[in-house]
Structure formats: C-alpha cells, structure tokens
Design a protein around this ligand. Structure first.
Ligand SMILES: *Cc1c(COP(=O)(O)O)cnc(C)c1O
Length: 403
C-alpha cells in the first residue's frame, strides 16, 4: 500500500469524526520551519501547528528532553511530585510573577480551570459567579468555553452553561455598563487570535485592570495563543504593563506536546482548598520535561526578542504593499502573531499558497494568519514574502483582466 496524501486522506475520512474540513494532505516529517507531505513535497510552515511549534518542528533540545524523560519516567499521578514538574512550576511562576500554577493538557482545560478558581474566589467573597468575556473572543471548544465565545460555536449545543455574557472588545464603557456585584471575572485575550488578530489597546487594558480592582472583580488573561514568546514578549501582558489575577497558557508551551497551564496570584490561591480541582495527566513528567526544555530553549536562543524584531519586519513589509494593492486592507499584530486583513475571503489565497508550498491559515473569514516558528530564518521570511507578494499581484491582475 502506497502511503500517499490521497490514501491517508481517504482512510481518515472513513474513521475520524467529520468535525474538521481537512486539506487532502498528510504530513510525515518536520524539521525547523519545514514540513514534508506523504508525496514528498516540502513546505515552509507559517502556521506552526496553530501557534504551537514556536521552536519549529522537532527542535533537538525538545526531542532529546522528551527522549530522555520517556526512558526515565513517563507518568505517575498528581498524588506525587516529579523533578520536571517541580522545575516547570518554578519557572512558570518566576516568568509570570504570579504565585501559583496548575498544569493541564490543553487550552480549553486551562480556561475551565481559570473559570473555576475565579468562581471559587467569588463564592468565598460572597459575590456572584458571572463571567464577562469579549465579543469575537475564543477560549476553546468545551461547554463552558463555548459559553464565553462566539455564538457560531454554540449552535446545536443547548443548554449552554449559565453565567456568561459578552461585551465589545476594546470598549471600556461597554464593560463599565455591565460589570456589577454578580461579576466574578472578566476574561480576555490581549490579542484576539481566532477573532482575526486584533490587539487590545494599552489604555483599554489598563482601564479594565482598574475597573476590576475597583469592583473586586478578577481579571483573567487568556494567553494561550499570545504566550511563550509569540508576541515579542514572553507574555503579551508585558507589552501593556498589566498584571492579570489569573492567566492561561497552552499552545506554544510544550513545543508540540499537549500541555497547558493556568496561573493565579496569591489572593486567588488563598481561596482554593484541597480537592477543588484535579487532573490525571496534567503536568505529568513527560509533558513537563517537554515544556521545560521548550521554555529554556526560547530563553537561551533569544527568540522572544527575535519574535518582536522579525514580526515588525514582516508587518512593515506587507503594510508597504497596501497602498498599491487594495486587496490588503490592514496588517495587524504583535511580534510573530500577524493578521493580514483582506477585502475578500482568505480561503482561495490560503489554498494558492499551499499549492506553492507555504502553509498559512485563514481566520475570521478574511484574515490571513501568520504565526510561524519564532526561529524562522531571514531567508525563509524573504521567500514567503516574495511568494505572497507575487500571489497578491497575480490575483489583482487576473481580476482586472476580467473586467
Ligand atoms: C487555541 C486557543 C484556546 C483553546 O485551546 P485548545 O488547546 O484547543 O483547547 C483557548 N484560548 C485561546 C486564546 C486560543 O487561541
């Protein structure tokens, strides 16, 4: 049996629940920014597993940490501690300047935990348990996390958990109008990811912080996509000089291993009692070793700074095309979290780039999202920018000739 793209795509369709509209491509190997499909074609990966492979594919430091830990001890249970988990917890607390960490297996699980500790704090302070989130936000696909997010993800899943409401993002007055003594917490992404790469503005975030303080409401930052160097700081919160009470991480944290976390400050931690939360796998020795190696490599290799510098370069370059290419309406982002807002659906552009050996994705219908590995080389950036520019020129030229 020839293991081709087509064979694997067709076999998958027979068995996998049809929840993803997949491309007819199967990848079999990755190294750095490169991926190879089952037919042997090479790609530059500007999606990085959706902002996960911040070190590129199969970074040698992460591979050897996983190999060594797998040979030593893979899983125990959270009734006991292990050297990698102890070290990872300390590093995360040090890096975030928060007080406690809880390790999970995914983003949605991190948000679920964040909501639980926020509600526990509220109940201990005789407040309501309402959670306010932002229009256009994304916090995951579990029942509570779809309750925080876009209506399109809620269709068909009633009853949706109660106690969640949404307000407009980047609009302090809107939040002021709804925050009250039933509010336990406000949750937001410092840069909205799935919503189309929309950064918060600094005054807004500082205003939200003050509003929460004045009302004894907790502020949760969902840094699942923005964290771990992605935006050119270790965490996006550091761009805005705002410290949340609770913060979530996942995506880039494990260098590709499924690992997430939520962190909280001392006052939230004080509301938590033994037995309030749990997980079987969360932070097991293998996942913790991968996350520890990932964070260390990002720090050692100066990738946070690189993300800021190269991200600025990409955004500046694409912005400079906008004046002659009207299909580019806006370029938004922070560091290596970049959205190119088009005047049309992104899907045909995404498909054409894929045919040309470049993996990007479209989000919020008309936005091309670029979230490459933070260590992508200058040559690869130039290659991608060159191909993107040619494609945009060609698309506009073909359109003109049709008129
Ligand atoms: C991806 C994402 C999530 C969900 O993470 P999963 O690991 O898919 O559950 C939550 N919040 C944000 C901001 C994300 O980008």
């Amino acid at each position: 049996m020839h293991i081709s793209n087509e064979y694997l795509y067709e076999e998958d369709k027979k068995n996998y629940l049809p929840t993803f509209k997949r491309f007819p491509l199967a990848f079999i190997k990755g190294k750095g920014t490169r991926l190879w499909d089952a037919d042997g074609k090479e790609y530059i990966d500007m999606l990085a597993g959706i902002a996960v492979n911040n070190l590129g594919h199969c970074h040698p430091k992460v591979v050897s940490a996983i190999q060594a830990q797998a040979a030593e001890l893979i899983h125990i249970s959270n009734f006991f501690v292990s050297p990698p988990q102890v070290a990872l917890s300390k590093l995360l607390v040090d890096l975030t300047h928060l007080k406690h960490v809880f390790l999970t297996n995914s983003g949605a699980e991190s948000v679920e935990g964040a909501i639980k500790v926020a509600r526990k704090y509220a109940s201990k302070h005789n407040k309501g348990g309402e959670i306010i989130s932002m229009v256009n936000s994304f916090h995951g696909r579990t029942l509570a996390t779809i309750a925080t997010g876009q209506k399109k993800y809620q269709q068909g899943f009633a009853p949706i958990p109660a106690g969640f409401s949404q307000v407009a993002f980047n609009d302090l007055e809107a939040l002021k109008a709804v925050i009250n003594d039933q509010t336990a917490a406000v949750i937001l992404e410092p840069v909205q990811g799935e919503g189309g790469i929309i950064p918060a503005n600094e005054q807004y975030l500082q205003g939200v912080r003050k509003l929460c303080d004045d009302n004894n409401v907790l502020l949760i930052f969902d840094e699942i996509q923005t964290g771990v160097g992605r935006t050119g700081k270790m965490f996006a919160k550091d761009h805005f000089n705002v410290q949340p009470d609770i913060m979530t991480l996942a995506k880039g944290l494990g260098g590709g291993m499924p690992v997430g976390a939520f962190l909280c400050n001392e006052k939230v931690g004080n509301a938590i009692d033994y037995g309030d939360h749990g997980t079987t796998f969360g932070g097991n020795p293998l996942a913790s070793a991968a996350a520890l190696a990932t964070l260390k490599a990002i720090l050692e290799e100066g990738l946070v700074e690189r993300s800021l510098e190269k991200g600025e370069w990409i955004m500046k370059t694409v912005r400079s095309w906008a004046s002659i290419h009207p299909m580019i309406k806006e370029v938004r982002g922070l560091g290596m979290m970049i959205g190119i807002q088009l005047d049309r659906p992104a899907a045909p552009i995404v498909k054409a780039l894929l045919d040309d050996g470049i993996i990007v994705n479209g989000t919020a219908e008309s936005v091309i999202r670029l979230v490459p590995p933070l260590n992508i080389s200058d040559e690869d950036i130039e290659k991608v920018l060159g191909k993107l520019k040619s494609l945009i020129e060609l698309t506009e030229k073909n359109e003109k000739s049709k008129i």
